[in-house]
Each structure stands twice: as structure tokens, then as C-alpha cells.
Design a protein around this ligand. Structure first.
Ligand code: ADP
Ligand code: GLC
Length: 474
């Protein structure tokens, strides 16, 4: 058994703002069959504290970034957890990252540095009697952990996974002392990013292996267009960087056993769900495809392009159902659409997201960049054809419909490039043409449902990476 400490700022089913939580929550289970015993270190947010069962105190921590704290162990929902119970850092209502003013909590750097320091202490065997063979860190919130390990000479290797390079954990240089970053590490080769400290950058420099969540995004990250200023650092670490595609948790996302009006194994079974969804959202029957979107509403997701391209879909008798929240301007723009064939739900609703993916004919993901993306994978599993931008994990998971791919029975959706409103409009036209050819449409649906989207191959890829890293460290 390889013992791994996973460190992430969110984890399904306890706390989630995006796909990172899905991945952090699914990996321990997916890896259990691969000879990996994974324990997850999480901040003690209210939702985590409330869910923790079989709780034990592992250690009392005096003055952990301005207050006393405890390291707890416990379980919940099949997860084996270590929890940093530090009320002064995590016992807050609302978003885990943002204060009531909609801005980052002012002490975010310290909140996640505390998590990293405790993670490094666990790895060093300084807290409790469980010690991992290696540490798997996710995103900037866990970025300082590989640095602390190196700084303290702890001989435990680390992997850092980039889920989204747009979030870099920036904080003023004046914070260095508080965060335990040595003055000599504030250089442009290490922590410094445009005169600030970047927790992600320091992690990328210090971790032994780097991964991201799709092979295409791994390549894109090394380019100025997608690297968001960290492409140089990543090019320098090219030999240690790999792309391992996300899977989805098939226990949670499968039309055969989801909580739907009609569970189904074949595309035919979608019909009742489509009707039920239209009723639920107040949409009339339609002759064109019912397209769904389940997404954070941010620049990344390219949904402003959908606002421009939407008339094409509506002119062809199609419909749009959108569930999302985020940027107030985008929320308002979608809410302003006054058309009987458009239903907009602003908010976060897990159960509705399942009904939308089951009831929709197609799922739209027009992202400007997308490290992996999970909703197009749900779409595949549910026979809801993805219409995606040709970027990142979207490029790696959707096989565009063409005579050749249809003949080989592998076509699963529509892809467009470049990522602009014209190309999206053309993709929507192509979707409507396909929808108007029921024989081809149902073939593509069957291909989609047969496309493997579980964790199997990627869980083995992580297990192999861990094994290689441990062998190299011996
Ligand atoms: P990202 O992590 O960039 O937001 P992903 O596609 O990887 O993108 O993951 C997003 C996850 O969040 C998916 O599980 C998706 O279903 C979920 N999600 C996003 N917005 C909502 C919402 N408004 N309601 C319910 N689930 C949502
Ligand atoms: C990020 C990315 C998304 C990816 C998710 C999980 O939030 O934006 O593409 O699927 O992380 O890895």
C-alpha cells in the first residue's frame, strides 16, 4: 500500500465550488483499488466539522496563524479525513473563498498557508502517528506545502496538480515572514510573480512532480496564451509535468441509478426526462434541441459568446436552459433574456443539475480555456451531446461528428474553433442539422453513452506516477 496525503481546499460531498471538489472527493475511492491508501487533509469549515464522524483529536496546535487549533481525524461518506479545526481561520458563513463583500477573504494567504504547514508537519511525522509516503497537493491553496517540505528537508516527495492556473494565490511580499517564506526565496525564479508572492508558483518550483487534468491543457500551459505568466516556469519543468484526464464518479453520475423521473440505459429513456424538465422550467415543447448549461458564470466559461450566438439556436426551434451563478453582469444578462424558449436559473443546485443533464438533448461548454471540464463528461454519460470549444480537456474528451467518425462509431459531439461567437453559431447550426437527422442523432447518442468517462485509466496513471516517484526517491 502506498500511503498518500491529499491536500485540497474543497472536497465532495462536503464543500464544493467547482470541479476541484469532485476530483478531490472521487480520487480516494478510485485509488483504493490501485494499492493506494489516501487520507484527505481539509480545512475545518462549518460543513466539514458538521459532517465529521468518529472524530479523534490528533494534536493540539498552539498559535496556528493567530489562534489555537486542533488537528482532528475522522471519517465521512467513505472518506478518511484529517481536518484542521481552526475556527479563527475557517469558521465563517458563506463562501469558503469570498467574504460578504464578494472579495477574497483578506487573510486567504494565511488560511491556506496554515493548511500547508500542518500538511508538512503531518508528512514529517510531527503530528500523530500516521505518516504518508507522499503528498498530493491540489491548486494554489496547497501550493506552499511542497515548499515547506523542501525548506525543512522533509524527505517525503510531493505531487502538485494544477486544476486551474488562473488562480495563483497572490499575496503582497510583506507577508513573506508570516507565511514562513525565506527572504532568499522571494526571487523571480521562486516565489515572486509581478512583485507579489505566488503560492502556486512556489509550489510549481518545489513539487517533485507536476500534473494537470488533461493532456492538452498540459501542453497549453507551457504557452504564453494559456500559461497566465507561469508558462516559463512550466516549460522549465516540462519533464516533470504530465496531463492526467479527470474521470467522473459513476456512482453519482449515471442515468441508470440517478434520482430521475425515469432512469435509463439507452438514449430512448431520455424522452420522459426531457418532458419533465421542460415542465419544471416552464418551457414549451420544441422541435429543436433543448440545450443545457450548468456552469460557473465567469469569463473562462465563454458564456458571453452564447449570449451572442443564441438567436441561431432559437431560430431553429431550439431551447436553452441555464443553471449557474457567478459574475453579476453575466447573471443579469441571462436573466434579461425574454423568450419563452429560454429558462435561466441563477444559483447552485446539485439536484437540478442532474435533471438538466438527463433531460437536455445537448450540453454547451463554450469555454475560452478549460483544464478538463466535467459537465461535458456528464453529458457523454447521459447521452446529452456536448457542444464544446476545441481547448484543454474539452478537446481530449469529445470526438466531433464527421462522416469519418460516424462511420467508425466514435463521434460524440460538436467542437468549434476559434472560440468566438461566429464559430459557436456555426456549431449550433451543425447541432440543429444533426438533431434534424434522427438516425444520426441517436447513433451519436449511443456513441456518447458508450464513451468511457470513469476514473479507471486515470486512477492507474496516478498510481503509476506515485510508484515511480517513490522508486526514484529510494
Ligand atoms: P470548474 O471546476 O471550472 O467550475 P468543471 O466542469 O470541472 O468546471 O466542474 C464544475 C462542477 O460544478 C460540475 O460538477 C458542475 O456540475 C458543477 N456546477 C457548476 N455550476 C453549478 C450550479 N450552478 N449548480 C450545480 N452544479 C454546478
Ligand atoms: C478546474 C477547471 C476544470 C476542471 C476542474 C477539476 O476548476 O476549471 O476544467 O475540470 O478544475 O480538475
Amino acid at each position: 500500500m502506498i500511503k498518500v496525503l491529499s491536500v485540497a481546499s474543497e472536497c465532495v460531498p462536503l464543500v464544493k465550488t467547482g470541479g476541484l471538489a469532485d476530483v478531490a472527493g472521487a480520487l480516494p475511492g478510485a485509488l483504493a483499488g490501485q494499492g493506494v491508501e489516501m487520507r484527505s487533509l481539509l480545512p475545518g469549515y462549518p460543513a466539514v466539522m458538521a459532517a465529521l464522524e468518529n472524530t479523534q483529536i490528533v494534536a493540539e496546535l498552539d498559535n496556528c496563524f493567530g489562534g489555537d487549533a486542533r488537528l482532528l481525524s475522522g471519517t465521512t461518506a467513505g472518506l478518511d479525513l484529517l481536518v484542521l479545526d481552526a475556527p479563527h481561520l475557517y469558521d465563517r458563513e458563506g463562501s469558503i473563498y469570498l467574504g460578504p463583500d464578494g472579495r477574497d477573504w483578506p487573510d486567504n494567504a494565511e488560511r491556506f498557508a496554515a493548511l500547508c504547514m500542518v500538511g508538512a508537519d503531518i508528512a514529517a511525522g510531527r503530528l500523530g502517528d500516521w505518516q504518508p509516503d507522499l503528498v498530493h497537493c491540489h491548486d494554489w491553496q496547497a501550493g506552499l506545502l511542497p515548499y515547506y517540505l523542501k525548506r525543512d528537508g522533509v524527505p517525503v516527495p510531493s505531487v502538485l496538480t494544477i486544476h486551474n492556473v488562473a488562480f495563483q494565490g497572490l499575496t503582497p511580499m510583506t507577508q513573506a515572514g508570516k507565511l514562513g517564506i525565506a527572504a532568499g526565496d522571494l526571487t523571480s525564479e521562486r516565489a515572486e510573480y509581478w512583485a507579489q508572492i505566488s503560492a502556486l508558483k512556489l509550489g510549481l518550483v518545489c513539487a517533485d512532480k507536476l500534473t494537470t487534468v488533461s493532456p492538452t491543457y498540459a501542453k497549453e500551459l507551457m504557452t504564453p496564451e494559456f500559461g497566465m505568466g507561469l508558462d516559463g516556469v512550466l516549460r522549465a519543468r516540462r519533464d516533470d509535468l504530465s496531463g492526467i484526464l479527470n474521470g467522473i464518479d459513476l456512482d453519482v453520475w449515471s442515468p441508470e441509478h440517478d434520482d430521475l423521473v425515469h432512469t435509463y440505459k439507452t438514449p430512448r429513456g431520455k424522452r420522459a426526462n426531457r418532458v419533465a424538465l421542460q415542465e419544471e422550467l416552464g418551457l414549451p415543447q420544441a422541435k429543436g434541441p433543448l440545450c443545457v448549461v450548468v456552469s460557473r458564470l465567469t469569463e473562462q466559461k465563454g458564456l458571453d459568446l452564447l449570449l451572442e450566438a443564441l438567436p441561431v439556436l432559437l431560430d431553429r426551434g431550439g431551447q436553452l436552459a441555464l443553471l449557474g451563478s457567478g459574475d453579476p453582469a453575466l447573471e443579469a444578462a441571462f436573466q434579461r433574456i425574454d423568450n419563452p424558449n429560454v429558462a435561466v436559473r441563477i444559483g447552485y443546485d446539485e439536484a437540478l443539475s442532474h435533471r438538466m443533464i438527463a433531460g437536455g438533448d445537448a450540453i454547451l461548454v463554450p469555454s475560452r480555456f478549460e483544464p478538463c471540464g466535467l459537465t461535458q463528461l456528464y453529458g457523454l454519460r447521459y447521452g446529452t451531446l456536448p457542444v464544446v470549444a476545441l481547448t484543454g480537456g474539452l478537446a481530449d474528451t469529445v470526438i466531433p461528428v464527421s462522416p469519418a467518425t460516424m462511420a467508425r462509431q466514435v463521434a460524440t459531439g460538436v467542437q468549434f474553433h476559434p472560440v468566438n461567437a461566429d464559430a459557436l453559431s456555426n456549431a449550433l447550426k451543425q447541432l440543429c442539422d444533426l438533431f434534424d437527422t434522427p438516425k444520426l442523432w441517436s447513433k451519436a447518442q449511443r456513441n456518447a453513452m458508450a464513451h468511457p468517462v470513469g476514473w479507471g485509466p486515470s486512477a492507474s496513471a496516478y498510481a503509476t506516477l506515485y510508484t515511480e516517484l517513490l522508486e526514484a526517491a529510494e
